[in-house]
Write a protein that binds this ligand. Structure first.
Ligand SMILES: *Cc1c(COP(=O)(O)O)cnc(C)c1O
Length: 480
């Protein structure tokens, strides 16, 4: 009760606020528990403490039975503070340069990694990405309340930064407490994870090693880890092959595994959900559409929304939509079959290369998230995803192909009337379009065989003469 009284006096003076914050931070705690326990507790199949727990200072990626782990927060400690306390605390940190709270991730530190010292944090003030009203695109598709969350407007150009600041911060700490066990960090990647990992490791002078599928990522994504000094292995396989190799390598060497199987990353990614709520002044959107590949991000969003709801900051969850490329759609197929018997697929080539994944590590996490919020899975063909991106680009955006997948899903759900005209809908843009100029350029040059490139707008080659220039202008704008 004493703590509650203190919490309600949050705005009294800055000294008591600081004292309260320091003592509060000391009481928060998080640990690894089996994901299966989280799921069984949510389903009401078990109650009580988890059978197996690990300190976040342990180098462990899987439960004893081989299942995934999850970061579980001491909910009782967080719940000692009321919703008003959390809202005003988080709101007070937005847009500051105070270390580390100037970061959108670390502004929610108590809900992310409460025990790490500020000194160990490796951050580039990621997060705080813009959420904008897609007014014109919304109007064109009959929607009044359509928003795009620009998670790709970030340090390395994708949402992966949100998770990587948390993982690399914990690694930075582990290298001090367990120097023998953690000497370098490695990941398999479809491009964006390796860019984020190498940048954060470079900032903290930690060696990084990235496994990339040869010729399956964009040039911009390839040059990022090269520039940041990572050891870049371009391997003659696909992402799933790289993933198998990195797991073997990290199991038998002091190289820490940075893939999203590692649940630390999801703790950072979940702050995007909290940030969206905050940006809407703690109102819950009706829909959130996310492109999904390995499927960690949809679970991270769910975790963020769920924690905000459980702590009373909001009263419901949005409905989540995972959008997959038709060529790599194992979750979509499982959804159609009622999630009954999930089967991995061999991922076909997709221009949405970051989600070209046939055997998603976080499949069970994703199904749990979708079932908890009456979620939906949609898919998009190559033509649909490129057309959707290009069509939205014509209203001022510059979308990556993955965001194109989410936009294509939006169009389908809108056409079927599943999403209503006035539903508040957020499309999560996962990467910056400038990382994918090759495929966007090819679309506008109509280079893709069998694709109409309906919205192509190729440059017009013109001779250096006023006549040719005017002909070209009048070709497009006859009234001029
Ligand atoms: C990683 C990534 C995704 C997929 O996220 P998952 O957590 O693997 O589902 C989507 N888009 C982009 C741009 C990405 O880099």
């Amino acid at each position: 009760m004493a703590v509650r009284a203190a919490a309600s006096s949050v705005a009294k003076d800055i000294r008591s606020d600081a004292v309260q914050r320091a003592s509060a931070e000391a009481s928060f705690h998080a640990q690894y528990v089996p994901f299966a326990h989280i799921k069984a507790s949510a389903d009401g199949e078990v109650s009580g403490p988890p059978p197996e727990t690990y300190s976040l200072d342990e180098v462990v990626y899987r439960a004893r039975d081989g299942g995934l782990l999850d970061v579980q927060h001491d909910f009782e400690a967080l719940a000692k503070y009321d919703a008003r306390y959390w809202k005003s605390l988080f709101d007070s940190r937005i847009g500051t340069t105070r270390w580390p709270h100037g970061s959108g991730v670390w502004s929610k530190k108590e809900w992310v990694l409460p025990q790490i010292s500020d000194d160990d944090i490796v951050s580039m003030f990621e997060g705080n990405s813009n959420l904008f009203w897609a007014e014109r695109f919304g109007r064109e598709i009959g929607m009044s309340d359509l928003w795009v969350k620009q998670c790709g407007n970030s340090h390395t150009g994708s949402f992966k930064d949100l998770g990587m600041t948390v993982l690399v911060s914990q690694v930075n700490r582990l290298r001090k407490v367990k120097p023998d066990e953690v000497q370098a960090v490695g990941c398999a990647s479809t491009g964006d994870t390796s860019a984020a990992l190498s940048a954060y490791c470079a900032a903290a002078a930690i060696p990084s090693i990235v496994f990339l599928p040869a010729d399956k990522i964009s040039l911009a994504q390839l040059v990022q880890p090269i520039a940041n000094g990572a050891l870049v292995l371009s391997i003659d396989t696909d992402f799933d092959g790289c993933m198998r190799l990195i797991q073997e390598v990290t199991a038998s060497s002091p190289i820490y595994l940075a893939n999203s199987m590692n649940s630390l990353r999801l703790e950072g990614q979940k702050t995007a959900a909290i940030e969206i709520l905050q940006q809407f002044d703690w109102e819950v959107p009706d829909w959130l559409i996310i492109p999904g590949g390995n499927l960690g991000n949809v679970y991270a969003f769910y975790k963020g929304f769920k924690l905000a709801k459980d702590l009373g900051l909001v009263d419901r969850l949005p409905r989540l939509v995972v959008a997959q490329a038709h060529n790599a759609n194992p979750l979509y197929q499982a959804y159609k079959a009622g999630y009954a018997n999930f089967r991995a697929v061999k991922a076909g080539t997709t221009l949405a290369s970051a989600i070209q994944i046939g055997d998603p590590v976080s499949i069970h996490r994703a199904v749990m998230a979708l079932e908890a919020c009456d979620g939906i899975v949609e898919e998009a063909t190559e033509e649909e995803l490129m057309d959707a991106a290009a069509r939205a680009d014509l209203t001022g955006m510059f979308n990556c192909p993955h965001t194109g997948v989410a936009l294509a899903a939006l169009l389908k759900l809108r056409e079927r009337g599943v999403i209503a005209p006035n539903d508040r809908t957020v499309v999560v843009s996962t990467a910056h379009g400038l990382k994918f100029t090759q495929s966007k350029t090819a679309y506008h040059s109509k280079e893709f065989e069998g694709m109409a490139s309906t919205y192509a707008n190729p440059p017009v080659a013109v001779k250096e003469s006023i006549g040719s220039v005017m002909d070209a202008i009048r070709g497009k704008f006859p009234a001029l």
